[in-house]
Design a protein around this ligand. Structure first.
Ligand code: GUN
Ligand code: ZN
Length: 434
């Protein structure tokens, strides 16, 4: 797409972490802005009055006077095979895995099944304005083949990996240290850094991998450049006790992963609710990130993530929906629950910080901030058009809103997929609301 295209609307994006520079210095907002895209990248961003004159004479301009353009959302933890088992009743983590999750994941041995779910899953993400995600597959190679094949059709920047799991799960869902190594390796060779795709080495969590398998995971990370490590950490109390029993020589839960060389700038640990100071310190030292998954943490009764503590220790934090433990694909719904989690901890999450975590902060957690996460010139043109009049209630509520902070906050609390008018990836429209 070599031609220049322009979108005129209110435009907002983050340029820094509000925790470092204060909320007011962390974003740019153009009430009547212009976003210019060429060749799938951002060519210019600014006030319409400053930029309109510089456009080529034949540049198409879409004007959205009742919208807000922002970067696409970044979901730092989600399971594509769990899309259809979302909203499963009545269990905490370990029973939920055994009763609902494992039987569902068994179905992904079938390539047609996996393809169908992968396509619907990606469409659901795009309907909700999420353009990049760090995604769990299942133990089956076919699941990740299906996911990457579908993601490539939309030319999305996506990260996925095959689950490594060699114990404490049904036989139909386990691999071995050797087969998990060779299957992951084959997927890496085919898909890692193929277009906009990246591979994540994905041991499910410490209880379902032997030490030998975790060692293989570490070996893969050594063998290839810029691979991700994606797993779960300290989500549920019973899980933590189990890890303590399984790895009695480890200082703490994170130490199990550390011992196998799994901590790095591209390591993302979902949840991290029940951590000690040493664990926060080690996450910080290694540049690892936590995916904060509030809807899941509340739904599975796992606990309240301590964002203030993570900030004190300067740990990178992104936001994850964690579907199907999480209850919504919507980043608005997820940020609304994040706010409530901080309320229950006696703090209140600033809306700019929330928005940062779902965009540029997520990109930083994934070391993708040079490519996506904001609308800086040169970035890939992954952005969304948010309809401020998507519902009668949003319309009246936002008419009262006199600041961008308040607009964002009301969108988070009241918004859902209806507010996502269109989603663009690399400058191409990949979803338009009917
Ligand atoms: N821990 C291990 N596996 C899972 C999973 O599938 N979902 C969640 N939320 N936690 C896990
Ligand atoms: Zn998860």
């Amino acid at each position: 797409m070599n031609q220049e295209f322009a979108w005129r609307s209110a435009i907002m994006h983050c340029i820094a972490d509000p925790t470092d520079v204060g909320p007011d210095n962390a974003y740019e907002y153009y009430e009547d802005g212009l976003l210019v895209v060429e060749n799938g990248r951002i060519k210019a961003l600014g006030n319409a009055s400053d930029l309109l004159f510089s456009l080529n004479a034949d540049t198409p301009i879409e004007h959205h006077p009742n919208a807000l353009i922002t970067p696409g959302f970044i979901d730092t933890h989600i399971h594509f095979p769990q899309a259809d088992m979302i909203a499963s009743y009545g269990e905490q983590l370990l029973d939920w895995l055994n009763n609902y999750t494992f039987p569902e994941e068994q179905k992904f041995a079938d390539a047609d099944y996996a393809n169908d779910v992968a396509e619907r899953f990606l469409k659901e993400l795009l309907r909700n304005g999420t353009t990049t995600a760090l995604v769990f597959g299942t133990v089956h190679k076919t699941s990740v083949e299906a996911f990457f094949t579908q993601a490539q059709r939309f030319d999305l920047r996506m990260i996925c990996g095959k689950v490594m799991m060699d114990r404490h799960a049904p036989d139909y869902l386990t691999d071995t240290p050797d087969s998990s190594y060779s299957d992951s390796k084959a997927l890496i060779e085919k898909w890692h850094q193929n277009g906009r795709l990246h591979y994540a080495v994905t041991p499910r969590f410490a209880p379902t991998s032997s030490s030998e398998q975790l060692h293989k995971a570490g070996q893969l990370l050594q063998e290839y450049e810029e691979l991700y490590l994606h797993t779960h950490l300290s989500e549920n109390q019973k899980e933590c006790e189990w890890v303590h029993d399984l790895f009695p020589e480890s200082k703490h839960y994170l130490d199990v992963y550390d011992h196998h060389q799994l901590l790095s700038e591209r390591s993302v640990f979902a949840h991290g609710i029940h951590l000690c100071d040493l664990e926060y310190e080690r996450l910080h030292e290694t540049g690892s990130a936590i995916a904060f998954c509030p809807t899941s943490n509340l739904f599975l009764g796992s606990g309240l993530f301590n964002l203030a503590k993570a900030e004190q220790h300067k740990v990178n934090v992104g936001v994850g929906t964690d579907v199907g433990g999480g209850t919504s694909f919507s980043m608005f719904a997820t940020l609304s629950e994040a706010y409530k989690v901080t309320q229950l901890r006696g703090e209140n999450l600033n809306p700019i910080k929330s928005f940062y975590m779902a965009t540029l902060g997520g990109a930083k957690a994934l070391k993708l901030q040079d490519k996506v996460g904001n609308l800086a010139v040169g970035s890939e043109a992954d952005f969304i058009i948010i309809d401020k009049q998507a519902t009668p209630l949003l319309t009246t509520r936002l008419q009262r809103s006199s600041t961008i902070q308040d607009t964002l906050f009301a969108l988070m609390v009241l918004g859902d997929d209806r507010a996502i008018q269109a989603t663009y990836a690399a400058g191409r429209c990949v979803h338009r609301r009917q």
